[in-house]
Every structure is written in structure tokens, then in C-alpha cells.
Write a protein that binds this ligand. Structure first.
Ligand code: PGA
Length: 224
């Protein structure tokens, strides 16, 4: 079965370092069962777009909760669509923590994503699975992928135990239906295999910053 691998570069990289990453990664064999999605910062979307002949897809890390119009500083879903973006990460815990995004903001962003034919990657921690679902206009979201991202596991090397992840996946499916669920939080080449056994893929931050390390994470799809 195909597995999803999202590289979330967060607020890292320049044109030069992104291009170097893409050149190294495009030289690697990507298993046929891996669906690779790169999520760069907005200014790097066109750089990644130029490498889409490599079998990778493009995601944005965020989107405006408003449509096109007079919203200074905002990047809207229509503009992302125009750049060949297919997926948008929404509600990442860093957005919720540092930018004070609420469940209502996330719901408004998802409405924009869907209205423009893009697919949301909705990040959730266990405590607000239901509250976030209640804030949505509808739970029937075309193309939805849910990422379980326990705050205590992000960016610190302490990935969550697989049995905990398996339990939370059940809760997510109870609230959102039988959608693909992926796990994110300190996933690396050593831990990835156990998550691929219980969910549909992984969202990778730190271990996706170097192309060769992400390559080794993605290679785990071949052993599935
Ligand atoms: P991490 O980041 O792999 O560095 O924990 C994951 C994420 O925040 O999506």
C-alpha cells in the first residue's frame, strides 16, 4: 500500500540550500509505494516546483483564512493552486502556539483550501481532536489527510510510542471518518518503520532538513 512522506522544512532554507537538497534528493531512487510531498516556505515554492519532474508533490505550510483580496501579507489558496501546490498543512502546533491560531481559524483555512481544489493536511494533538472537528463547517472534507502530532514529541528526538499513536488514530478516525492518518513527531530513519505498520505515512521535520536523511526515511516504504 502506498505511504505518504511529507518533508516539512518549516522556516528553513534559502534558494541555494533548497536547490542543493532537491538535486541530491532527485538523484535517489524513490520507492514506487512512496508518495513524497515537500512543504517549503512560501518563497521557495517555485524553486521546488521546478523539480516536480522528480516524483514529488508540493505542499504549502500554511494559507490565508481569507480569499484573494485586500489582506496585506496574506497568501491565499488561489495563489497556491496557481503554483501547482496540491496540499496545505494547516493547524500545525507551531502555528497554534506562536501565531495563536484557533480552531475557528483552522476551519476557515480548510474552507479556503477545499474551495480552491487543494487538499488539507490537518495537524492535531489528542486533546483537541473533537474540538477541532466541532469547529469545522463539515467533517466531510475532500482529500483530507490528518496528521497526529503530539506536541511533546515534536523537534526533540522523543518520538511517541507506537501503541499510543495507534490508540489516537482510532480516536481520529472516530471523529473524521476513514481518512488517511499520518504521524509526525521526531520521526527518523530508525523509527519510521514502526509507524508505517500502523498508519498511512509520516510528517517529518528535523530528519527532512538534509536530503540524504529524508531519503533514508522514504526508503523505509520499500520494506513495507
Ligand atoms: P520533527 O517535526 O520531525 O522535527 O519532530 C515534525 C513536525 O513538526 O511536523
Amino acid at each position: 500500500m502506498s505511504k505518504i512522506f511529507i518533508a516539512n522544512w518549516k522556516s528553513n532554507k534559502t534558494q541555494t540550500s533548497a536547490t542543493e537538497w532537491l538535486e541530491i534528493f532527485s538523484g535517489s531512487a524513490i520507492p514506487a509505494s512512496a508518495q513524497v510531498i515537500i512543504a517549503p516556505a512560501f518563497p521557495l515554492l517555485t524553486t521546488v516546483k521546478q523539480h516536480l519532474e522528480v516524483p514529488i508533490r508540493l505542499a504549502a505550510q500554511d494559507v490565508s483564512s481569507f480569499p484573494m483580496g485586500s489582506y496585506t501579507g496574506a497568501v491565499n489558496a488561489q495563489q497556491l493552486k496557481d503554483l501547482s501546490v496540491e496540499y496545505v498543512i494547516v493547524g500545525h502546533s507551531e502555528r497554534r502556539k506562536y501565531f495563536h491560531e484557533t480552531h475557528a481559524d483552522v476551519a476557515a483555512k480548510i474552507a479556503q483550501i477545499v474551495a480552491n481544489g487543494l487538499k488539507p493536511v490537518l495537524c492535531l494533538d489528542e486533546e483537541y481532536i473533537e474540538a477541532q472537528a466541532d469547529a469545522l463547517e463539515t467533517r466531510d472534507i475532500p482529500g483530507l489527510i490528518v496528521a497526529y502530532e503530539p506536541l511533546e514529541a515534536i523537534g526533540n528526538g522523543h518520538n511517541a510510542p507506537a501503541d499510543q499513536v495507534a490508540k489516537v488514530i482510532q480516536k481520529i478516525k472516530a471523529a473524521y471518518g476513514d481518512v488517511p492518518v499520518i504521524y509526525g513527531g521526531s520521526v527518523d530513519e530508525r523509527s519510521v518503520a514502526e509507524y508505517l505498520l500502523i498508519c498511512d505515512g509520516v510528517l517529518v521535520g528535523t530528519a527532512a532538513l538534509e536530503a540524504d536523511s529524508f531519503q533514508r526515511v522514504v526508503a523505509a516504504a520499500a520494506t513495507e
